[in-house]
Design a protein around this ligand. Structure first.
Ligand code: PLP
Length: 389
């Protein structure tokens, strides 16, 4: 049976060139980069090279990049580190209703400890209005955190405009760019952001490594305490092999960005067009104009996303549902809810995300399987509704 992976926004496979660069750092180059003897020199240089590769991908200086254990840690650190460092200035944080749980649950944690959080609304395409941000800022606001690209519907936010609003009011601006890096051209200087989170496993690098960009001069409190690693900003012996892999993945993402965007959007557009040609009552969620190149988030009316997911899985196809972040539960996605999509429609939603290894043959197989699955499920649901079940 054919296997088709259409969940690149959940994670990506490690590219061969990336793995090849990583392998020596598990064995011959195993030395602790903080040690002073000569076998630590090579791992230490490798960290410096990776830092440069990651910095280049977003137009940062090397020393503005601090490696973390994942995107989640970078998000937690940005929020908690700012909340602690600026607690004498204020206790108000502004974010949005469509953030990743790495951000939302951190904000909820702080709310229980006396911080106040404003969760901005988005429009029906998932975009935040800079005027709404401006209206929410008070003299107690210490941080604005707005994601660059949404992981469920793929909407790209107007980060430059939003960061300018925060700057005008002297408030720090953080963006969770985990889905943006490698999918959108990023230049932190041009964007004017103070902090930006990244993760390697979303850009064909290994799991368990991320980074936080902090603009020169931005001082937030440490989150992990211990040794003097990462210029004393983030303690813990460096994940050398992982960081080396992140560096190589960042280099490939930078040099291949145009081709990646061209290929992904071509596959994504073909997928959406073919589905809409074969099936009625299918709607695209999010913005077509400001969209992640590989994201297709579609609602199939009258059926359940979970049922589609299971049938597709039996046919070797991996996708996510409208409850993507809580796949074990049937809680409707907070993102689709924030876009104003009714609950029945949310339940009929699939997120399909394509990437560098997706082929036209993969899409043809998915479309023909999906057409059969949807027709069958709709038949069952119309029979059951006629019988009054
Ligand atoms: C995947 C993801 C994260 C979490 O990154 P991890 O490295 O898996 O912890 C955070 N934010 C967004 C938008 C993501 O897509």
């Amino acid at each position: 049976m054919r296997q088709v992976y259409l969940d690149y926004s959940a994670t990506t496979p490690v590219k061969k060139e990336v793995l090849d660069e990583m392998l020596p750092y598990f064995t011959e180059n195993f030395g602790n980069p903080s040690s002073l003897y000569s076998i630590a020199a090579e791992p230490k240089e490798a960290l410096a090279k990776a830092r440069h590769q990651v910095a280049q991908l977003i137009g940062a200086q090397d020393k503005e990049i601090t490696f973390t254990s994942c995107g989640t840690e970078a998000d937690n650190w940005a929020v908690m580190g700012t909340a602690d460092a600026l607690k004498n200035k204020g206790n108000h944080i502004i974010t949005t209703k469509i953030e990743h749980h790495a951000l939302l649950h951190t904000c909820e944690f702080l709310e229980k400890r006396g911080y106040e959080v404003t969760y901005l609304d988005v429009d029906s395409e998932g975009r935040v209005d800079p005027a709404d941000l401006e209206a929410a800022i008070t003299d107690k606001t210490i941080l604005v955190s707005i994601m660059f690209v949404n992981n469920e519907v793929g909407t790209i936010e107007p980060i430059k405009e939003l960061a300018a609003v925060a700057k005008k009011h002297g408030v720090l601006f953080h963006t969770d760019a985990v889905q943006a890096v490698g999918n959108v051209a990023i230049d932190v200087k041009e964007l004017g952001v103070d902090m930006l989170s990244m993760s390697a496993h979303k850009i064909y690098g290994p799991k368990g490594v991320g980074a936080l960009y902090t603009h020169k001069g931005v001082r937030i409190s440490n989150y992990l305490h211990g040794g003097a690693q990462e210029s004393k900003k983030r303690a813990g012996t460096e994940n050398t092999a992982g960081i080396v892999g992140f560096g190589k993945a960042a280099e490939l993402a930078r040099t291949g960005l145009e081709e990646h965007i061209r290929h992904s959007s071509q596959m994504r557009d073909y997928l959406i067009e073919e589905i809409q040609k074969n099936l009625e009552n299918v709607y695209v969620n999010g913005s077509m104009e400001h969209r992640h190149p590989g994201n297709a988030n579609l609602t199939f009316e009258y059926i359940e996303g979970e049922a589609m997911l299971l049938y597709l899985d039996m046919n070797g196809i991996a996708v996510s549902t409208g409850s993507a972040c809580s796949s074990a539960s049937l809680t409707p996605s907070h993102v689709l809810s924030a876009l104003g999509i009714p609950v029945e429609r949310i339940h009929g939603t699939l997120r399909m995300t394509v990437g560098d290894m997706t082929t036209k043959e993969d899409i043809d197989y998915v479309v023909s399987t999906l057409t059969k699955v949807v027709n069958k499920l709709r038949e069952i649901s119309s029979v059951s509704s006629k019988k009054g079940w």
